[in-house]
Write a protein that binds this ligand. Structure first.
Ligand code: SAH
Length: 565
């Protein structure tokens, strides 16, 4: 639980402009955190919200850690209806608007007290820790540190209350994190804290903790193979630190599914001769035992997983959407949080931030697409988690095709073993269309007017045919300083087939600061109204407009064609 929640970026929720400074200060500790500001009260937050209670409840239900800059009472009242079950909740904290107090409220088992201490340290104040076990013993016994897992939470709670009631305790096995704890220790104690990797039910008087000290090594196999081997060896599944497989099995989906089902990392190493040799080389300190084709290594202490072999590298090509944070899909945000290397055109890399200090940014010129794609594979093939950023959607006149082309051209097996994923974004045509109404409501044609990578004659031919087919036209890269005259020529071609009063939508910097949206007629449209940051949507014969109350116009293309049904 603790591990899970600390990986989800927290939400910082503020109610007034005065809290923004404190919120930004907290973003220094949690770089991927999103600041939510109350609509109409806060300017410059990452995202707006309209109802405090609704926002808090939906964050809580999604398991997002919540840092609310307001009175603790407001937070409790908002979440009250959801607080039935203990044990499965994200950390929730109230922080005074001016940063003078930090109160951990919920999520004792998911690390709220640690968050409170981290925040308090950043703000230079003391955290208001109230958890009795934690105060008495100086540690949360039910939340052992990374590398250890509690066998049974319910039994653990009873155990801790026994200790709070005055029962003495004895430690069996290695529990180095308890060396500093103020436990009522006694060699004659009935109650024991037992740290061990063997599978057995906890006895009534013990707190059973499994160290993640076991590695399962295999050449290939599935979930059942691993479970059976652990069971036959009598080892608790919670003690499994990772699965180590032959690097030739890097793309084996059964192995990945097995590791995911077990909640552990899948690591890879070369297997020169047998599996025991591979595992022994990775864990020289461990005791090995063979279960059929599987080799189980038991180390004397929790295993540092990042030191075992290497992991499969990942390359994600992501779309940021047009610019505004709320138009970025959640999968892209999560990918940015896990990225170790970020590649892209500098403007887009900056748009994807803020980043943590440990994330490496590789900013390049916009034109070096193939070089950037190959660089991304080189990094990912080394086991890194790499992100290539595009604006809008990565598959629309952007990096995804270049990345696939680089892979297609390569015969390097390490590149082909990379975990490659393309994550979509809201493309500029869709973001612009949504603001104008529904100009793309019927069949449409998407074109780039840039002749950098294709001959102008093809552009003219496609324009002619698409205009003739009465498709709505969406133009990307409509004009640039290097090719100032082509848009005029393109519009001449379109005018052969479209009426002078055809509506045209011009969206500039949509979803970015200073965005503008204009609706003009095809007759009014001149290239001077357009630059390279503009999206041009030319209506079809059925596209129509009507007045909006704010003085602007709605533009839409009806779903039907020909006679109205
Ligand atoms: N992959 C991007 C498109 C890259 S091509 C996407 O899916 O949106 C670059 C062109 O997209 C620009 O010349 C401009 O025509 C358009 N564009 C990109 N972002 C835009 C924005 N925020 N507002 C308006 N047009 C934009």
């Amino acid at each position: 639980m603790a591990g899970l929640n600390t990986q989800v970026a927290p939400a910082i929720v503020i109610l007034g402009q005065g809290s923004l400074t404190t919120a930004r200060c907290l973003q220094q500790i949690y770089a991927q955190a999103t600041i939510y500001g109350l609509q109409g009260r806060v300017q410059g937050a990452d995202q707006d919200y309209s109802t405090f209670g609704d926002l808090l409840r939906s964050l809580y239900q999604r398991g997002t850690p919540i840092i609310a800059l307001c009175a603790a009472g407001i937070v409790i009242r908002s979440l009250a209806s959801l607080l039935g079950e203990k044990g499965s909740e994200p950390p929730v904290l109230a922080v005074a608007e001016d940063g003078s107090a930090v109160v951990p409220l919920l999520g004792g088992l998911s690390g709220v007290n640690q968050m409170a201490r981290d925040i308090a340290a950043a703000l230079g104040v003391a955290a208001a820790i109230t958890t009795s076990g934690e105060l008495r013993f100086g540690t949360c016994l039910l939340n052992p540190p990374q590398g250890y897992a509690l066998a049974d939470l319910e039994q653990g709670k009873r155990f801790v209350s026994d200790l709070l009631a005055g029962e003495p305790v004895r430690i069996e096995g290695q529990a180095p994190w308890l060396a500093q704890a103020q436990l009522p220790a006694s060699d004659a104690a009935q109650r024991t804290i037992h740290v061990g990797h063997l599978a057995r039910p906890a006895s009534r008087d013990e707190l059973l903790i499994h160290p993640r000290s076991v590695v399962v090594g295999l050449a290939s196999g599935d979930l059942q193979t691993i479970r059976d081997a652990l069971q036959q060896a009598g080892i608790a599944q919670a003690s499994l630190a990772c699965v180590l497989a032959d690097e030739r099995a890097m793309t084996d989906t059964r192995l990945h599914a097995a590791a995911q089902a077990l909640g552990v990392e899948l690591r890879f190493a070369a297997r020169p001769d047998d599996v025991a040799g591979m595992v022994g080389a990775a864990l020289p300190e461990a005791r090995l035992q063979c279960q059929g084709e599987v080799v189980i290594a038991v180390a004397p202490a929790p295993v540092e997983v990042t030191q075992i072999g290497r992991r499969r590298g990942r390359l994600a090509v992501i779309g940021l959407g047009p610019g505004a944070a709320e138009l970025m899909v959640p999968a892209v945000k999560a990918e940015l949080a896990r990225a170790e290397d970020v590649l892209g055109y500098e403007t887009y890399v900056r748009m994807a931030g803020p980043f943590r200090d440990d994330q490496v940014l590789h900013c390049t010129d916009n034109r070096e697409e193939m070089q950037r794609a190959r660089h991304a594979f080189e990094l990912a093939a080394r086991g890194r988690s790499v992100v290539v950023v595009s604006s809008g959607d990565p598959g629309v006149f952007a990096m995804a095709a270049a990345v696939l082309e680089a892979l297609h051209e390569s015969t390097n097996p390490d590149w082909h073993a990379v975990d490659l994923e393309i994550l979509p974004g809201v493309s500029a045509s869709l973001a612009t269309a949504a603001q104008a109404g529904a100009p793309l409501g019927h069949d449409f044609c998407v074109m780039s007017l840039s002749d950098n990578l294709k001959p102008w004659s093809i552009i003219e031919k496609r324009l002619d045919l698409a205009a003739q087919a009465d498709l709505v036209l969406a133009f990307y890269n409509p004009i640039s300083k290097a090719r100032p005259h082509q848009l005029g020529t393109a519009l001449d071609v379109v005018r052969r087939h479209r009426g002078a009063d055809t509506p045209v939508v011009l969206g500039r910097d949509i979803g970015r600061p200073g965005q503008t949206l204009r609706v003009v007629s095809l007759a009014q449209l001149v290239p001077e109204m357009v630059d390279m940051r503009t999206m041009v949507l030319v209506g079809s014969s059925t596209t129509c407009t009507f007045e909006r109350p704010d003085g602007g116009q709605w533009v839409y293309t009806p779903r039907w064609y020909g006679a109205k049904p």
